[in-house]
Write a protein that binds this ligand. Structure first.
Ligand code: PLP
Length: 359
């Protein structure tokens, strides 16, 4: 099996190009050395371009969940509104509850997108002030991509002092996110999805408003204290010893995304991968998400001719790994991850094989 072309179509960790993996074998350097600060500085600049922000962007050598928790610890002293439409948005609710703040939630059924009108109605009738609202941009469990821009607009129209926290774990790099233009306050992504890097890193952008809110909060935790990220980051350093090999891979991959492929082309490729997947699976599988919000990075499908588990094992026997259904949808469905650096050619070759295996 060659690793020059993906045979691995799970919704993260996704396939990583061999040249990116090779970066991780570069000789070690000290994280307070001048040469590492140079790497840090380049990564910092490129991350701002990735998030489309002139505010702050950081790297955490944790997976995304650490920063999802950290964001709440930094900016929510009292009450947060969590919007849910699947397993990962529901998990952010659990995390919020575990931080000990008051949690309100606006729930939507699995497979549906968060409805901007319902969000507006909820805000109009709210009885409390919210320090923040959480939005999961791409619900990886159901293959729904929420209309982040519309949701953010609703929040800005209803309130001027509620911060907007976005889980972009499985959308950053795959779909447009304009941090400054849309007015997001914290946006968090793991690197093992649309950025096509090995797992173990998270990247996040933080607005000046969010940093100001963090300053007013006496307890922000230690490892994810945004003010410490800001203090060290301004001096091209990380608060704690980072995973330096991951930084090497990130530096190279950001260069590729921004200058070789370009973000616009990458978003377009993801749109084409989603369209190809929906078109080519329509004869033997139903899309489980609302079609108008079908994700550009992952499709959750309920097969109509053979059962999902058989299809997954038939595909494994042919050398292809697809994602299983998630949570309560596990038995009846499977997911195709079409994110990161997967090419249209590789996806098409996999879909040829899936057509045989699924009927
Ligand atoms: N949020 C979403 C939307 C996800 O898809 C995932 C992982 O798949 C997570 C959060 C958790 O991310 P991590 O495992 O990187 O902590």
């Amino acid at each position: 099996m060659t690793d020059r072309q993906s045979r691995y179509f799970v919704p993260g960790p996704t396939w990583v190009r061999p040249e990116i993996l090779a970066e991780m074998t570069r000789p070690m350097m000290g994280h307070r050395s001048a040469e590492f600060r140079e790497v840090f500085r380049r990564v910092k600049g490129d991350l701002k371009s990735l998030f489309r922000t002139t505010q702050d962007a950081f790297v955490s050598t944790s997976s995304g969940t650490g920063v999802l928790e950290g964001a709440l610890l930094n900016v929510v002293p009292r009450r947060v509104l969590v919007t849910t439409c699947g397993a990962f948005s529901e998990r952010w609710k659990t995390i919020a509850e575990q931080t000990g703040v008051e949690v309100d939630h606006l729930d939507h059924p699995w497979g549906e997108a968060i409805d901007p009108e319902r969000l507006a109605t909820h805000f109009a009738g709210r009885r409390h002030h919210y320090d923040a609202v959480t939005i999961t941009h791409n619900e990886t469990s159901t293959g729904v991509m929420n209309d982040l821009r519309a949701l953010v607009e609703v929040i800005h129209a209803e309130t001027s002092d509620t911060l907007i926290l976005v889980d972009a774990v499985s959308s950053l790099g795959s779909a447009p996110i304009l941090f400054d233009e849309w007015g997001i306050d914290v946006c968090i992504a793991s690197t093992q999805k649309g950025l096509a890097l090995p797992p173990g890193l998270a990247v996040f952008a933080v607005s000046e408003r969010a940093l100001a809110a963090a300053k007013k909060k006496p307890y922000r935790g230690t490892y994810f204290d945004f003010l410490e990220y800001k203090r060290q980051g301004d001096n091209d350093g990380a608060p704690f010893t980072p995973s330096i090999p991951h930084y090497f891979a990130l530096e190279k991959q950001l260069d590729h995304i921004l200058r070789e492929e370009t973000l616009d082309e990458r978003w377009e490729r993801h749109r084409k991968m989603r369209d190809m997947t929906l078109e080519r699976t329509a004869g033997y599988a139903e899309l489980m998400s609302d079609r108008t919000h079908a994700s550009v990075s992952v499709s959750a499908l309920r097969p109509t001719k053979r059962d999902a588990q058989t299809i997954l094992s038939e595909m494994r026997a042919r050398g292809f790994v697809l994602g299983g259904g998630y949570g309560r949808w596990k038995e009846e469905s499977f997911r195709i991850g079409h994110m990161g650096d997967i090419s249209l050619v590789a996806l098409s070759a996999m879909l040829d094989v899936l057509e045989e295996a699924a009927q």
